[in-house]
Write a protein that binds this ligand. Sequence first.
Ligand SMILES: Cc1cc2nc3c(=O)[nH]c(=O)nc-3n(C[C@H](O)[C@H](O)[C@H](O)COP(=O)(O)OP(=O)(O)OC[C@H]3O[C@@H](n4cnc5c(N)ncnc54)[C@H](O)[C@@H]3O)c2cc1C
Length: 424
Amino acid sequence: MHIAVIGAGVVGVTTAWALRQRGHTVSVIDPQSSAGMETSKANAGQRSYGYVYPWASPAMIGKALPWLLSADGPLKMKQPPSLSTLRFLWDTWRYARQPGLFESNKVAMLKLAAYSRDCFIDIEQKHPFDFSGGHRGLMELASHAKSQQGLRDNAALLQRLGIEHQMLEPDEVYSVEPGLARNPPILGALRLKDDGTGDCHQFTRALADVCAEQGVTFHYGQSVAEVITEAGKPVALVLTRANEPGAVEQLEADAFVLCAGAASSEVAREFGLKLSLYPVKGYSLTAALTNPDKAPQSTVIDDEFKVVATRLNDRLRVTGFVELADFNRDIPARRLDTLKRATAMRFPGAADLETAEAWTGFRPMTPDGPPAIGKGPADNLFINTAHGTFGWTLSAGSAQIVGQLVDGEPPAVDLGAFRPDRFG
Ligand SMILES: Cc1cc2nc3c(=O)[nH]c(=O)nc-3n(C[C@H](O)[C@H](O)[C@H](O)COP(=O)(O)OP(=O)(O)OC[C@H]3O[C@@H](n4cnc5c(N)ncnc54)[C@H](O)[C@@H]3O)c2cc1C
C-alpha cells in the first residue's frame, strides 16, 4: 500500500519508519527543509514514560491564577487573550471538571507511554545511532510539603499500575544527582529509573536518514494545501511550495496519516475532521557544559519554577513555561532569565548559560490532554497527532499503533481515550 504521512516531526518520522518496517511504500510531506524542525527541534529531551499526564486537571484550576500572577510562574497568557485562547481555556475547564476524566486519561497515557518505551528500545536495538540519549531515569524534586504530597499521590497510582518508581530521601537524591545544589534544600524526590532522555531533533533526523535509506520518499519544502476526495474517501493531496507560489503538485496515495503537529487542525479540516488543538508555547535554552560534575546526570524536574533540566551528553537543555499566546514566535528575555535563574539555583556552574541557544516551540495540545490517535472519518485516513507535552515520549508507541491500525490488527493499547472524533 502507498501511504502518505503528513508532517516530518518525531511523530511523522517514527510513523513512516513503522509503516516501512511493515512493507508499505511511504511518502512523507513537510514544508521544512528537513525533519524535526518544528516542535520536535529543542524540547526538554525527556522520554518520561512514568511521567505523563493530561493537560486538563482539576488541580490545575486552583493553581492557574497564582501561576499567572507570579512573574516567574510557569503559566503565561498574552493580554488580552484571543478568542481561540478563551475557547481553549473554556474547553479545558469543562474537561477538568468532568469527574474521573483526569485519572482515566492519565492511566491511558501511562499505558501508551509504557508501550512506547518498548518500541523505543526496539528502534535503538535495530539502529544504534547516537542521539545524545539513554535510559538513565527521571527525577521530580519536592522542595515543599505540598509538592511532596503530590509526589506521594502520584507514587500510589504508579504502584497500582505496576510502574517501577522510588520515593527518595534527600541523601538518596544527592547520590543519584550529585551535581544538585544543597541549597535551597529539598525534601525528597520521585525517581523513575527506567525513564529516558535524548535529543529529539537528533533522533528524528537520524531516523529520517534510516527511512530514506530504506526507500521512504521525503517531499521537503512542500505543504499539504488541499485534499482530493472521491466517493467520500481521500485519494490525493494537493501540495504547494512555500518558495514557489503557484507551483502545485498532486500526490496520490492509498492511505493517509496526519502527523502535522500544531498545524494538524487546519489539515484535519481538509479531511472533514474537527480536531480541537491549541499551540501551547514553551521555551528552551541549550548550553555547553562547563563542569560535567555539576550538571544533571539525566533529567530533573524542579518543583519551584517547573523547569526541566536534561543532560544531552556534553550539553544541558533547560526548558519551561506553558504560554497561551497563539502562534507567536517571540522569545522575550524575561522568559530566558527565569530559565537561567532556575538552572543557576539547582545546578550552579554546570553550563555556560550566557552563550546558550534559545528556542521556542508549540506543544500541539488538545483541551483535555490525550493525543488523537485512531482512524479518521474515512477508513483510509489515520490520525496520529496532538501529543501535547509528551510527543517525544509517546512517538515510538503511537507510530507502531498506526501500523497496527493500517494493517487491520488490534492496537497494542486501548485507544478509547485517544479517539480523534471526540471533539464533535
Ligand atoms: C518547550 C517544550 C518542551 C517539551 N518537552 C518535551 C519532553 O521533554 N518530552 C516529550 O515527550 N515531549 C516534549 N515536548 C512536546 C514534544 O516536543 C511534541 O509533542 C512533539 O515534538 C510533537 O511532534 P510532532 O511530530 O507531532 O510535531 P512537529 O515536530 O511540530 O512536527 C509536525 C510537522 O508537520 C509539518 N507540517 C505542518 N503543516 C503541514 C502541512 N500543511 N503539510 C505538511 N506538513 C506540515 C511541520 O512543518 C512539522 O515539521 C515539549 C514541547 C515543548 C514546546
